[in-house]
Structure formats: C-alpha cells, structure tokens
Design a protein around this ligand. Structure first.
Ligand code: BGC
Length: 252
C-alpha cells in the first residue's frame, strides 16, 4: 500500500545479517514517520539479491527520493571493502552505484555503526555531548563509531580488535551471547572487558551502546565498570535507519 511521503522525510535503510529494515524518517526530529518495514536478508546475500530487496523496500513505501543505507562493513565512498558477516562477493563492490542502478533512486551508503552514531549524536543520547564519544553497536558483529566534538572518524572497525586470540566481536557480540547461551550477567562481564579495553586504548568521555541489546540495557548495566559514562542508545535499534536517512540528507 502506498504511503504518504512528506517533504520532510527521507527513507533510511539498515542492512543486517538477518533482516533489511527501512522506514521514512522525519529528518528535523529523527522520528520515524512510518512503521518499520522488514524483509529477510536474502540467502545468499550477494550484491544483486540484496539490491533487489532494497528495491522492494523502496517500492513498499512508494518512495521517490534519496535513500540512505547503513551497511555492515567498511564503506569508502560507496565502495564495500570488507566482508566479515556478509557474503564475500561484496568486497570491492560499488554498493552506491549498484543500489542506485537497481532501484533507480539516488542511494548513499555508509557503515551501519557510523549511521547509528550519527543518529545518536544528532537526535539521541549524544545530542549536545562534546569530547570523545564512542558509539558501540552490538548485534551479529560489533560496530564502532568515534566522534570527536561531533566530528565522525569513519570506518573505525574496533569490533575487530584482538581479544583472547580472536576478534573482539567473536567474544562479546550478541551473536556470541546466543551462540554459547550466556546469561545477561555473563555476557555483561564479557562486554565490560571489551569496553575496558577500548577505554584503556582511547579514554572516551562516554560510550553509547546501540543495536538490539540497547533495549536490554538494564539487564547488564551493573556489570559495566568503566570510568567513562555508559548509556543506551536513545533511538535503540532504530538508530541505524535514522542515521542512514540523515546521511542521505547531508549528501544531497
Ligand atoms: C563489521 C562492521 C559493522 C559491525 C556491525 C562488523 O562485523 O566489520 O563494519 O559495523 O559488524 O554490523
């Protein structure tokens, strides 16, 4: 069913390992003006199949305009450069060109954690916060976004720091929690070790924790022992969609 599009809204899409979610976002307030529409990530999640899923989401909203897309990899000028939790065929794909070509809409792509961080700084828990802000999004992987006095250092990929012989996200992501059936307390202690490691290396002023687990913050916050303040993402797991839309607005 066609949805009414206001001139104040932009379509944001968040591509994840299991789902691809989109919604129209009021870019003045950062509020979703439609329900989220979620489609399963195609299997295999090769570039053309994912491109068609993105097109279906755009069609669902009967949307005509710029589209912002958060993607779970390092993205440099629209080009995908890594593929940890996604199909390896993405490496060196010009995702911006591919999505724009398949959908016929101008698409703007950035790393998913960078998108979530942008949303939190503009509309959420990082609004008017100065200093060194670390956004950490936790899901299948761990994504990070660093802001210094509001300026993003893109594609930081600190979920790939080494911990106990593997990458940190293998130890402390939400996927690790479910894979080995950890309680929130057990997982919270692991996540605390990860945050302490980040703190040792970078001394941020504040950590903002995003992704699906942000809704469960009260279940593990007692395990977190950093000097820096730790807060959940105000936009919870909508931050990726909202930030992607804000990015598209900036790129127009
Ligand atoms: C990817 C990052 C991404 C994070 C969260 C990691 O595996 O390398 O680019 O931001 O997962 O999706």
């Amino acid at each position: 069913m066609a949805k009414k599009i206001s001139k104040k809204s932009i379509l944001g899409i968040d591509i994840g390992g299991s789902g691809i979610k989109g919604a129209l976002v009021d870019f003045e307030t950062g509020v979703l003006v439609t329900d989220r529409h979620r489609l399963a990530t195609p299997k295999p999640a090769d570039p053309v199949s994912v491109g068609h899923t993105v097109k279906e989401i755009i069609r669902h909203f009967d949307y005509d305009g710029p589209v912002g897309i958060g993607f779970p990899a390092r993205v440099i000028h629209g080009n995908v450069k890594t593929a940890t939790n996604i199909d390896k065929s993405w490496i060196d794909t010009d995702a911006q060109k591919l999505f724009s070509g398949i959908s016929g809409m101008p698409c703007f792509i950035l790393n998913d954690a960078d998108a979530a961080g942008m949303a939190e700084l503009k509309y959420g828990s990082g609004k008017n916060v100065t200093g060194l802000v670390f956004m950490v999004t936790v899901g299948t992987g761990i994504g990070t976004a660093i802001f210094t006095d509001g300026v993003l250092v893109p594609n930081t990929e600190l979920g790939h720091l080494r911990m106990f012989g593997d990458i940190a996200e293998a130890y402390a992501s939400d996927a690790a929690r479910t894979r080995i059936n950890l309680t929130w307390k057990e997982w919270g202690s692991r996540f605390n070790e990860y945050l302490l490691y980040l703190e040792f290396l970078f001394t941020p002023d504040i950590f903002i924790i995003g992704g699906g687990i942000s809704k469960k913050f009260s279940q593990f916050e007692n395990q977190l022992k950093t000097q820096a303040k730790v807060v959940p993402a105000k936009l919870e797991n909508q931050a990726g969609i909202v930030g992607a839309a804000a990015y598209a607005l900036n790129m127009m």
